[in-house]
Design a protein around this ligand. Structure first.
Ligand SMILES: Nc1nc2c(ncn2[C@@H]2O[C@H](COP(=O)(O)OP(=O)(O)OP(=O)(O)O)[C@@H](O)[C@H]2O)c(=O)[nH]1
Ligand SMILES: [Mg+2]
Length: 296
């Protein structure tokens, strides 16, 4: 038996959360086309007959300009204590200074790092892969270079084999039916945030936080009330939309997905509140962080 922790690192939007979901065969982490979607690390546990891997999805590596961004980067650094690191690169984007800086973080980690070239499904000119591999090779001694499409699930079998090869011998850390460390309440908040991100642009997605206020199980229905925080009155107006149509649509989409995810009928209420500068407010950041809610 082999077991260990595998952290998924990379720049915002590289496809880390998509890869976590693909490896687990379930949607554990929200995915959007907007950078900095993931704000805290999430575990997804994959158990087979001869191995157990605890994958850790992390926020994208970026420069921190607010207290929230600093906390996000702390999360990334904390996840670096892994047995194997997966460093995801988006092959559709030109390799930039920020990418090189992200590699610097990987270099500080002792564990073997596998470079994953993601989004090859959309790459017309495959020779670009070789150039990218050469570039990465000059920056760090990666253990492997594996092209994949996290979205289509191609290359993930090869990736799993390469990971298992490098895992230490050890017993499973969790029971075989354990899937994630993420509480249902947090997943519900994330599902709602994903729908908001899909339906808003520019600075609004970054200014949104979701807090679950009530969670009441009745025999027929699970009642959830959520508050959506934004930083400015104008953002609240955008979110609610003309005659409340925007918020209604977001709420309906979130409820559908929650019903699918939790396998229960759901009654979802949403409220929007303005909380100026919440991204700089340590108390508020602690309040929306499920780990600090659970005293972890
Ligand atoms: N074409 C293509 N798109 C992909 C692939 N993997 C991810 N994407 C898209 O890339 C975007 C970002 O995906 P995420 O999984 O949210 O990326 P992330 O690295 O978790 O991003 P952050 O949480 O912001 O750091 C989404 O629009 C995904 O659908 C892929 O293999 N091919
Ligand atoms: Mg993500």
């Amino acid at each position: 038996m082999k077991s260990g922790f595998v952290s998924i690192l990379g720049r915002p939007n590289a496809g880390k959360s998509t890869l976590l979901n693909a490896l687990l065969g379930q949607k554990l982490a929200i995915v959007t086309a907007k950078p900095q979607t993931t704000r805290t690390s999430i575990q997804g546990v994959l158990t087979a007959d001869d191995y157990q891997i605890v994958f850790v999805d992390t926020p994208g590596i970026h420069r921190s300009n607010t207290l929230m961004n600093k906390r996000m980067m702390d999360t990334v650094r904390a996840s670096a204590a892994a047995d194997v690191v997966l460093f995801l690169v988006d092959v559709l984007e030109p390799f930039s200074d920020e990418d090189a800086q992200a590699v610097d973080l990987v270099k500080k980690i002792e564990a073997p790092a596998i470079a994953i070239l993601n989004k090859v499904d959309k790459l017309a000119d495959k020779t670009k892969l070789l150039a990218l591999i050469e570039q990465l090779r000059t920056l760090h001694e990666f253990a492997e270079f594996i092209p994949i499409s996290a979205m289509k699930g191609t290359g993930t079998d090869t990736l799993l084999k390469e990971i298992v090869k490098r895992l230490p011998e050890g017993e499973a850390m969790y029971p075989e039916d354990h899937l994630t460390d993420q509480p249902e309440r947090f997943l519900a908040a994330e599902i709602l945030r994903e729908k908001i991100l899909h339906h808003t642009q520019q600075e609004v997605p970054h200014a949104v936080a979701v807090m679950i206020e009530t969670w009441v199980e009745t025999p027929k229905v699970l009642k959830i009330a959520a508050t959506i925080y934004v930083e400015k009155a104008g953002q609240k107006a955008i979110l609610i939309g003309a005659g409340g149509a925007g918020l209604k649509k977001i709420g309906t989409l979130a409820r559908y997905e929650m019903e699918k995810t939790f396998g229960r009928k759901i009654f979802l209420q949403t409220f929007v509140k303005v909380k100026p500068n919440w991204r700089q407010d340590p108390e508020f950041l602690a309040a929306i962080d499920w780990r600090s809610m659970l005293g972890q």
